[in-house]
Design a binder for this molecule. Structure first.
Ligand SMILES: [Zn+2]
Length: 123
């Protein structure tokens, strides 16, 4: 799996600003985002950012960033090759959520779920 950059085309790696998950604590601290062989999102700190994590829980932040990219609606990233901003929209690759019209909910219930007004005890 690759990411799409308007300038470079398909790129293997993008950079995401830590501000997205750590607010000002990680502002300007870049994370490298790639995919493994199975297409899973893999997050690592960049060599330049590694020292920021000396006093921080690196594992926690890597996981937060992975979750953020995984859930990705409009993840703001930049291309690792040209530095251009790009918007990740990982949601596009997934199946759209199934929306059921309200009127069909009854049809999904078993008979036991449907309260028969005649069975209710009078107050
Ligand atoms: Zn690029």
């Amino acid at each position: 799996m690759t990411f799409k950059c308007e300038t470079c085309g398909e790129v293997d790696m993008i950079l995401v600003d830590g501000y997205a998950v750590g607010d000002r604590l990680l502002e300007g601290v870049m994370f490298k985002v790639t995919h493994d062989d199975e297409g899973e999102v893999v997050v690592n700190v960049t060599e330049e950012s590694a020292h920021y994590f000396n006093g921080l829980n690196e594992k926690k932040w890597l996981k937060e960033m992975k979750d953020y990219v995984d859930d990705g609606m409009d993840v703001c990233a930049e291309c690792s090759q040209c530095g251009q901003q790009l918007l990740l929209n990982t949601m596009d690759e997934r199946e759209p959520p199934i929306r059921l019209p309200l009127t069909s909910v009854e049809g999904l219930m078993t008979e036991d779920d449907i309260i028969n007004p005649r069975d209710q005890q009078p107050l």
